[in-house]
Design a protein around this ligand. Sequence first.
Ligand SMILES: [Zn+2]
Ligand SMILES: [Zn+2]
Ligand SMILES: [Zn+2]
Length: 113
Amino acid sequence: MSHRHLCDVTGHLWECDGTAFRLGHREPSVCVCHGCRLPLEQGDHRRCKNLVEIVVCAEHRDTQLRRRQEAERKFQRRAAEFGFEQKWKRMKALPVGPEKDALAEEIVKWLFA
Ligand SMILES: [Zn+2]
Ligand SMILES: [Zn+2]
Ligand SMILES: [Zn+2]
């Protein structure tokens, strides 16, 4: 019994044969059932509460990796402009008080801008 995953690069479902590459892994890992935590390709999981796991498909793995690297580079550029590291260090070193709060707020605003 094969199962499916959602590839979020273009948002399509794909058939999986039991192992898949997950983010941050160099080797494919075994897909486990969300409900019973056993390998999906063993036994019957029709009664299990199973969510479709988001895993990039083989075809889009490179695309995802490239996007991720681009996003990281973009973040680092923005961080350098903002002076993120220095601000972060200063914020952590400050004693609890309005100055620390203000700086923390500034950083949070920037992070979620
Ligand atoms: Zn799978
Ligand atoms: Zn199961
Ligand atoms: Zn895909």
